[in-house]
Ligand binder design. Structure first.
Ligand code: HAM
Length: 427
């Protein structure tokens, strides 16, 4: 019997995993600069959290959740996204009581959605996301968007498009909702069954329907921007002013509604314009969700954040032919000749690694020539050759693989010799 990986998931093997580590480290470093701190929440939560948090009318809750009963019959769900869990933790752990607000958090971890797998769409994918809770300052909206743009740009992406919109405050949304209902209701019979349900639940979601996107009523639907009240308008203007001040180009798209129910005010997506990127061009999505903490039983707290998947980020890097500066070389490979040398290499290797050097040796009893080949495969900067004869004299032959220069040194000098070299290279 043989097993295959589940559809929509992937094994990330050595050779590929270094790219993930590089991206994750870059994201962590960036969060540190912006003072976002890491939060780790469980992979599964009570289903009700996502039903309420993400929203009953969303595709995620209706069709895409991995929901199961635990042994006590409780309904649990593998997290489809990170915002609901982060806000749940913020409320439950009373992070709002900390004197310093906003609470700025980030996460990197797997999310699960039962979607139709295709290029850029997985059933298990890794999101890097940030959430800033407790501030209603449009500067924080601009900060969140800037951090996302900065990650992509730091990694070398150029073909990016930032699209923003405002969904307004509760009053603006209510006015827009009424307008949408009157617009679609007379002809809702011509729309798909999902849209018919959406008319009552959340008519905004009709604008995001893939099946009915070419219906003539879609083009003439009332734009949210016409329903923004003065407060919402000036908030949105301020966000745009800050983005411009940061030199970040953007487009306003009143059709951008996002696929989750919790948004109000600022909503944004970052797309890849790279040729050959594939049908799904959205790299990152986010927005403001001022009612979410309250919705899940917490105090009224404004919040804004984004999430992006590492899968799509790496695909965008591929599409733009960006190679990440990943080095897989090692400091030293020990080649041995003779049994005593082989034994001595075991402890020598241990000492080298303890001293912080990347070092390796052969474990397959290979001939010398094959050991040198292994050293090449490991991209060893130095090869240290230890034979029984050398061992007797307490010396080891060290060869700089770049210059070809070889010299004999005392075995107990090997580590300081290699370290001195690394130090010189860093200068
Ligand atoms: P979302 O738009 O559902 O928003 O997902 C955000 C990002 O996750 C997408 O832009 C995409 O990069 C990635 N993504 C989503 N589904 C998949 C998939 N099946 N395969 C690969 N990548 C995927 C959220 O999740 C919100 N929680 C974002 C947010 C945070 N809003 C405020 N704070």
């Amino acid at each position: 019997m043989s097993f295959q990986i589940p559809r929509g998931t992937q094994d990330i093997l050595p050779g590929e995993v270094e790219k993930w580590q590089f991206v994750e480290n870059t994201a962590r470093e960036l969060c540190n600069r912006y003072q976002y701190k890491e939060i780790r929440t469980p992979i599964f939560e009570h289903t009700e959290l996502f039903a309420r948090g993400v929203g009953e009318s969303t595709d995620i809750v209706q069709k895409e959740m991995y929901t199961f009963q635990d042994r006590k019959g409780r309904s649990m769900t593998l997290r489809p996204e990170g915002t609901a869990s982060t806000v749940r933790s913020f409320v439950e752990k009373k992070l709002y009581a900390n004197s310093s607000q906003p609470t700025k958090l980030y996460y990197i971890g797997p999310m699960f959605r039962y979607e139709r797998p295709q290029t850029g769409r997985f059933r298990q994918f890794v999101q890097f996301g940030i959430e800033a809770l407790g501030s209603n300052d449009p500067a924080i909206d601009a900060e969140v968007i800037s951090l996302a743009m900065s990650l992509y740009q730091t990694l070398g992406l150029k073909s990016l498009k930032l699209v923003i919109n405002s969904l307004g405050d509760a009053d603006s949304r209510t006015a827009h909702r009424t307008a949408l209902i009157s617009h679609f209701e007379p002809r809702i019979g011509e729309f798909c069954s999902d849209c018919q349900k959406r008319l009552e639940q959340n008519p905004l979601r009709i604008l995001d329907c893939k099946k009915d996107r070419d219906h003539e009523l879609m083009k003439t639907a009332p734009s949210i921007l016409e329903y923004l009240n003065d407060g919402s308008k000036s908030y949105f203007n301020k966000v745009q002013q800050y983005l411009s001040a940061n030199g970040i180009p953007y487009e306003v798209d009143p059709g951008l509604v996002r696929g989750l129910d919790y948004y109000n005010h600022t909503a944004f997506e970052i797309m890849s314009n790279a040729e050959g990127f594939g049908a799904i061009t959205t790299l990152c999505g986010g927005g403001r969700y001022n009612g979410l903490a309250q919705e899940i039983g917490g105090p009224e707290t404004p919040g804004i954040g984004f999430a992006l998947s590492i899968e799509r980020l790496l695909a965008a890097l591929d599409a733009e032919n960006v190679t990440l500066p990943i080095s897989s070389d090692i400091d030293c490979y020990i080649v041995t000749m003779g049994d005593q040398a082989k034994d001595r290499a075991v402890s020598l290797l241990y000492e080298m690694r303890n001293a912080g050097l990347k070092a390796e040796k052969d474990y397959e009893d290979k001939k010398m020539k094959a050991q040198f080949k292994s050293a090449d495969r490991h991209q060893a900067k130095f090869v240290a050759v230890l034979g029984d004869d050398e061992l007797e004299k307490n010396v080891i032959a060290v060869k700089n693989m770049e210059t070809g220069v070889q010299e004999d040194i005392a075995i107990d000098q090997l580590i300081s010799y290699l370290k001195a070299y690394s130090k010189r290279m860093l200068l």
